[in-house]
Write a protein that binds this ligand. Structure first.
Ligand code: ZN
Length: 237
């Protein structure tokens, strides 16, 4: 009996691996990249070095990818493809920016000029110009700046009302920071129902809450996207 169960599990495992291999043959991955600051000058007072990319380096990387046949699409379009595609032979990528820093004012106009969509993950509490985080010099988009971003190339998602680690707060606290953030962000004409976990950290409870609220969780796990409808996977460029 035990032997039969073991053989059954092994067989299911083999079938699963074959299925995953087939999916990777049929579907080109959609790559979702995560950025923070993309601007000309690094400011040590207000930025972390690991969160900064020089704007010319960024432009070169994006243009090189376009030359290699990559098409930049919005996160919403990417999710529709991840959910529906049975076959995908084109290379797609998505650009996302976390934390809603004021440095977005430098890169967003260029992306719009290039017709390249961007998704911003915003902490609603920080839109009043103060920094509530460890570094008091951090500079965020103001509420006026955020609500002036109405271009069809911009999408606005959630990063929590505050930048808290979902694995270090209770499910109830997590629900509160999501509800408070969504209440504000859904008044934005470009709001989309995605939540990027801060530092990519999540729990079963936080995933359940997002699922109940019909918000798609966005991870930072270095993985590519094939057909996983439950999570968006992200990586660094
Ligand atoms: Zn963040």
């Amino acid at each position: 009996m035990l032997l039969n169960i073991k053989i059954c599990f092994k067989f299911k495992g083999v079938l699963y691996n074959i299925q995953r291999k087939w999916i990777k043959i049929l579907l080109q991955p959609i790559r979702v990249y995560c950025f923070h600051h993309v601007c000309a000058e690094f400011d040590s007072e207000s930025m972390n070095a690991c969160d900064w990319m020089q704007i010319d380096e960024f432009k070169q990387k994006v243009q090189k990818m376009q030359q290699d046949g990559v098409k930049f699409i919005s996160l919403t379009e990417a999710y529709n493809k991840i959910t529906n595609d049975k076959f995908r032979n084109h290379k797609y990528a998505v650009l996302t920016f976390d934390d809603g820093y004021a440095s977005l004012n430098e890169i967003l106009p260029w992306l719009e000029e290039q017709n390249i969509p961007a998704t911003l993950f915003i902490n609603g509490k920080y839109l009043d110009g103060k920094s509530y985080r460890k570094n008091p010099n951090e500079k965020y988009l103001t509420r006026e700046e955020l609500f002036a971003l109405t271009s069809p190339f911009v999408e606005i998602g959630s990063h929590g009302w505050e930048h808290l680690d979902a694995s270090k707060i209770s499910a109830d606290e997590f629900k509160i920071i999501i509800e408070q953030n969504i209440k504000l962000l859904q008044t934005h004409p470009r709001y989309v129902p995605f939540h990027a976990y801060t530092w990519g950290k999540c729990t079963k409870g936080s995933n359940r809450i997002l699922s109940e609220m019909k918000i798609i969780p966005v991870l930072m796990d270095g993985m590519k996207n094939y057909d996983d409808k439950l999570f968006i996977h992200r990586e660094l460029l």
